[in-house]
Design a binder for this molecule. Structure first.
Ligand code: DX5
Ligand code: ZN
Length: 227
């Protein structure tokens, strides 16, 4: 599976969101990560379906997908709104619902891809039953809530164990996404362990370099890792 970067708009300039997303897509990405936080499940508040809806025409024009990461309690109340807004992939936290299977069904019934996410302290064993039902597993490599945190080193072994689990269960079509602290210095270990989608917020949108140069640096690190 090709390794892809999914820039997280959490670190983008919201006054110029469309422009910044366009720059990222012109630099070669085909997935944009939208972090939805409710101030309950995580100690921060970000954006809702309105922003997904605002990005959708651009996604259609430029041909990228909207990867929506729900860090919210009671996700069942909002899934349909995000589907209507134009999400292509919806990811829910295993910690946020007692009825994960029903949530995955709800997402699939909207005709889009479903992902499940694990916080750093959540065991891969929680995936045991749901794994065959999902399109993607998102391994959090920071505690969710904020951009710009450091990659938690034990995430690498967790990704590797997940990859092994997928191989053993003949489920290698499932994507492994990693989120938090991804930068050129951490790309290699995440990719070697088996991650196929790398979420990157502060490593893409920052004042140190252009969005395009930042994406190139991440692409170079991916190229190193896959050789
Ligand atoms: C954290 C979010 C991440 C965040 C990553 O709760 O889920 O997607 O934007 O930011 P960086 O890449 O800066 O760690
Ligand atoms: Zn995220």
């Amino acid at each position: 599976m090709k390794v892809r970067i999914a820039p997280s708009i959490l670190s983008a300039n919201f006054l110029r969101l469309g422009d910044e997303v366009r720059q990222a897509v012109e630099a070669g990405v085909d997935l944009i990560h939208v972090d939805v936080m409710d101030g309950h499940f995580v100690p921060n508040i970000t954006v809702g379906p309105l922003v997904v809806k605002a990005l959708k025409p651009l996604a259609q024009e430029l041909g990228f997908e909207l990867d929506v990461h729900l860090m919210i309690d009671n996700p069942e109340l909002f899934i349909d709104d995000f589907i209507r807004a134009g999400a292509d992939l919806l990811t829910v936290h295993v910690e946020a619902s007692t009825h994960l299977h029903r949530l995955v069904q709800q997402i699939h019934s909207g005709g889009i891809k479903a992902g499940v996410t694990l916080n750093p302290a959540t065991s891969l064993t929680t995936l045991e039953e749901i794994l065959p039902e999902v399109d993607l597993v998102l391994v959090m490599s920071v505690n969710p809530g904020f951009g710009g945190q450091s990659y938690i080193p034990t995430s690498t072994a967790k990704i590797a164990r997940l990859k092994q689990m997928l191989i053993e269960r003949d489920l290698s079509h499932i994507e492994i996404e990693v989120d938090g602290g991804i930068a050129p210095a951490t790309v290699e270990e995440a990719v070697r362990a088996g991650a196929t989608i790398l979420v990157a917020g502060s490593a893409v949108f920052n004042s140190k370099a252009t969005i395009s140069d930042n994406i190139k640096a991440l692409e170079n690190a991916i190229a190193q890792a896959v050789t």
